[in-house]
Write a protein that binds this ligand. Structure first.
Ligand code: F6R
Length: 242
């Protein structure tokens, strides 16, 4: 695992956006899988501009959803679906045929997860996965104790995830379960980037680097991935030893 520390959120985001653009530049048919949330928001906003500057075409790549709040419709501005369309797909002019996200309104959760697993196999795996990290160390909705060998599944969310998750919604919502790719798929991504910014993530970043590697703190698994990058700003790195 490589660690990169940036002066601030803006520099961090620009570099993450550059990683995305470079991935598609070197492999126009890249399979990409991205987290939503506050952390990667600015990076996604910068992707369009950087892609234009570097003349990189996103029309042949494919996007697979990392996670979704079960039961939250795509039109809800707090859904992962809405977020990705708003900040990434629409500005980049991505066609709906290039995207497969979890259907949070499915009547058959198992079928929905199987579909996701099959798709990843058909696409021969994920080239670049970019994730954030929860304060409990979750990746996607792989909460502490998640199964290391899991594929797409429905996860019972921890109380902390449910309460922190309210920040994405305009009104209070019931979010008990998440749909998520599993840790096996996270670890199988050819490149795995984790981003963290701000003081509130400083204890988490310290744990990512210092905690025993275990699913008790899923983000620690990043250190076991053979092509992973932890990108943080100085605030998030402020609890690391020099
Ligand atoms: C969301 C996701 C989550 C977030 C994590 C951090 O799609 O995968 O694991 O990455 O909860 O969220 P923020 O970036 O809002 O702090």
């Amino acid at each position: 695992m490589e660690l990169k520390i940036f002066k601030d959120y803006s520099d961090l985001s620009a570099s993450a956006a550059m990683q995305i653009v470079n991935c598609v530049k070197s492999k126009p048919t890249a399979v990409l899988c991205f987290a939503t949330g506050d952390t990667p928001k600015l990076a996604y906003q910068k992707v369009g501009e950087i892609a234009k500057q570097h003349n990189v075409d996103f029309s042949k790549c494919f996007f697979i959803g990392l996670d979704e709040w079960l039961g939250i419709p795509p039109a809800n501005t707090g859904s992962c679906h809405y977020f990705l369309h708003h900040y990434l797909f629409a500005p980049l002019g991505i066609n709906s045929s290039q995207v497969h996200l979890f259907d949070a309104m499915t009547v058959n959760e198992e079928v929905e997860c199987d579909k996701m697993n099959r798709l990843i196999e058909e696409k021969a795996g994920i080239d670049l996965m970019l994730v954030g990290v929860g304060v409990n160390g979750h990746i996607g909705f792989n909460e502490p104790g998640a199964d290391i060998s899991s594929g797409a599944h429905i996860a019972q969310l921890e109380e902390i995830t449910k309460s922190v998750g309210q920040k994405y919604f305009n009104e209070e919502v019931v979010i008990n379960k998440g749909m998520t790719l599993g840790l096996k798929q996270v670890m199988n991504a050819r490149t795995l980037i984790m981003m963290a910014n701000g003081k509130k993530k400083a204890p988490v970043v310290s744990r990512v680097l210092n905690e025993n590697i275990s699913t008790d703190f899923p983000a620690s698994l990043l250190r076991q991935h053979n092509h992973s990058l932890l990108m943080v700003d100085e605030e998030a790195a402020s609890e690391l030893e020099k």
